[in-house]
Design a protein around this ligand. Structure first.
Ligand code: NAD
Ligand code: UGA
Length: 513
């Protein structure tokens, strides 16, 4: 189907010439009467994705709706609810013109021709599949609401990452309540990465659209493809069946995470043998069949999706009676957990087997640079591990607030992935954790530093000054390989860098207790 649809599209596209031509309305095939898009869920995906659609499609009205009043207020203010390079500019250009943010979910859904659903799909914490399966509560309530308020035919687009065959369930909910209205379900998973969301959206490797292989399904695919064709080259818009699109998203995240766990597994072996993981990754990545991306060893991957989506994949494999495949993917998570534990153990064992009462400066808390997002950040597990050994933490991250860090450190696993106002409250702040607003305050009088996010500013700190103000011996544990270890050693630091040849000090210390 994919080739057939793409060939047909390319052929017709050539006939009409260009997107400008399409925009001018000369080709009604592409621009049907569709004028309004609504997106349910104004989060990290819904907000930026819709802002870019609005930017690139001035002829389309885009409304982003959410049940969280605080989020919508922030989208309508000068301080957007998420930090993402380039996002402010795009939103400012379109907001008030063809882009709006609203809590009036039902009104905008009722008025729209295409409804994207980009709500949370957390890991279940209770009942069947707890700890693995996706909790589709929010998706299901969105689908029921669409069915309730719709008065005209709609294309409903899965933007959230969902288990394979979710579209079937959604179709049942919609058609069961349809009052004669036609709903076409599409899967259009999002591949943006945080920190680069705007450039990923403006210039995607591919856009994937899955739909039913029926005449209505193909029409719906075309309508959505027309939207993306405003700025995405047509050979990058892939069309598949629904199940392939749903599974491709889980597969892509699993493959990406697997590369990180592979290089992190190698980092442990490098430390044991004297090899250097950066050199190994460089040599391996030079093979064009492997490629250089996603081979940076780290303290572990974080983010809202890798773990969640792999657990989801594992659950689907188990439900389909293929435990060997489930075990294969589970190992990606296990290695990631091992990497975080190994890092904590390295710190404790290096510092005379105890960090009790010692001040440890934590530089970076976000799950990667250029975002304030802390969902599943490896910093949570590392900090909890150090707190478990009674360390006193002084944390600095340029984009993460004290309130967020305290919430993260006191929240239960998986509880973060719910709309903010429905998250379990985390009333008590974690003792022995202070959050400060610069790296020099964090490191003053510290016994050790650990770098957990690769913020650029950590490369260029005045490490001589930091060393002078620290307790001795002064330790640096670089979980992101951002500092120049040789330079720091010359200053006097004992340096541990992930997957690099070890200082003599660290050589005989057990990496994992
Ligand atoms: P998010 O938590 O930032 O946003 C989800 C939003 O949906 C929240 O603001 C919440 O209030 C709202 N919501 C929940 N139920 C609702 C309802 N019934 N009606 C209206 N609003 C509702 O989550 P996100 O990071 O944007 O992720 C959304 C989906 O996209 C997830 O399935 C995720 O796996 C997937 N995804 C995320 C990323 C990413 O980089 N964050 C990338 C690709 C895919
Ligand atoms: C990831 C994917 O890259 C996106 O394609 C996908 O859409 C998204 O998940 C999703 O589904 O949510 P994201 O989590 O935003 O995007 O960020 P990544 O750049 O993938 O980083 C994920 C984690 O892996 C971070 O903690 C990062 O520091 C870590 N990482 C990444 C490494 O440790 N090493 C690397 O080489 C690359």
């Amino acid at each position: 189907m994919q080739n057939h649809l793409n060939d047909e599209f390319v052929f017709r596209y050539k006939l009409v010439g260009s997107v400008e031509h399409i925009k001018s309305g000369k080709d009604q095939l592409f621009l049907s009467k569709m004028v309004k898009i609504c997106c349910i869920g104004a989060g990290y995906v819904g907000g930026p994705t819709m802002a870019v659609i609005a930017l690139k499609c001035p002829n389309i009205q885009v409304a982003v709706v959410d049940i969280s009043t605080a989020r919508i207020n922030a989208w309508n203010s000068d301080t957007l609810p998420i930090y993402e390079p380039g996002l402010d500019e795009v939103v400012k250009k379109c907001r008030g013109k063809n882009l709006s943010f609203s809590t009036d979910v039902e009104k905008h859904v009722a008025e729209s021709d295409i409804v994207f659903v980009s709500v949370n799909t957390p890991t279940k914490t209770q009942g069947l599949g707890a700890g693995k399966a996706a909790d589709l509560t929010y998706w299901e309530s969105a689908a029921r609401m669409i069915a309730d308020v719709a008065k005209s035919n709609k294309i409903v687009v899965e933007k959230s990452t969902v288990p394979v065959k979710t579209a079937e369930a959604i179709e049942k909910i919609l058609t069961h309540n349809s009052k004669g209205i036609n709903f076409s379900i599409l899967s259009n998973p999002e591949f943006l990465a945080e920190g680069t969301a705007i450039s990923d959206l403006l210039n995607p490797d591919r856009v994937l659209i899955g739909g039913r292989e029926t005449p209505e399904g193909k029409k719906a695919i075309e309508a959505l493809r027309d939207v993306y064709a405003h700025w995405v080259p047509v050979d990058r818009i892939l069309c598949t069946n629904l199940w392939s699109a749903e599974l491709s998203k889980l597969a892509a995240n699993a493959f990406l995470a697997q590369r990180i766990s592979s290089v992190n597994a190698m980092s442990a072996l490098c430390e044991a043998t004297g090899a250097d993981v950066s050199q190994v990754a460089h040599a391996v990545g030079k093979d064009t069949r492997i490629g250089p991306k996603f081979l940076n060893a780290s303290v572990g991957f974080g983010g809202s999706c890798f773990q969640k989506d792999i657990l989801n994949l594992v659950y689907i494999c188990e439900c389909n009676g293929i435990p060997e495949v489930a075990t294969y993917w589970k190992q990606v998570i296990k290695v990631n957990d091992y990497q975080k534990t190994r890092f904590v153990n390295r710190i404790v064992s290096s510092m005379f087997n105890t960090v009790s009462g010692k001040k440890i400066a934590v530089l970076g808390f976000a799950f990667k640079k250029d975002t304030g997002d802390t969902r599943e950040t490896p910093a949570i597990d590392v900090c909890k591990g150090l707190i478990g050994d009674k360390a006193k933490l002084s944390i600095y991250d340029p984009q993460v607030s004290q309130d967020q860090i305290q919430r993260d450190l006191s929240m239960k696993k998986f509880d973060w992935d719910h709309p903010v106002h429905l998250q379990p409250m985390s009333p008590t702040s974690v003792k022995d954790v202070s959050v400060v607003w610069d790296a020099y305050t964090a490191t003053k009088d510290a016994h050790g530093i650990c770098i957990l996010t690769e913020w650029d500013e950590f490369k260029n700190l005045d490490y001589q000054k930091i060393f002078n103000d620290m307790q001795k011996p002064a330790f640096m544990f670089d979980g992101r390989n951002v500092v120049d270890a040789e330079k720091l050693r010359k200053i006097g630091f004992i340096v541990y860098s992930i997957g690099k040849p070890l200082d003599d000090w660290l050589k005989d210390m057990p990496a994992v207790a």
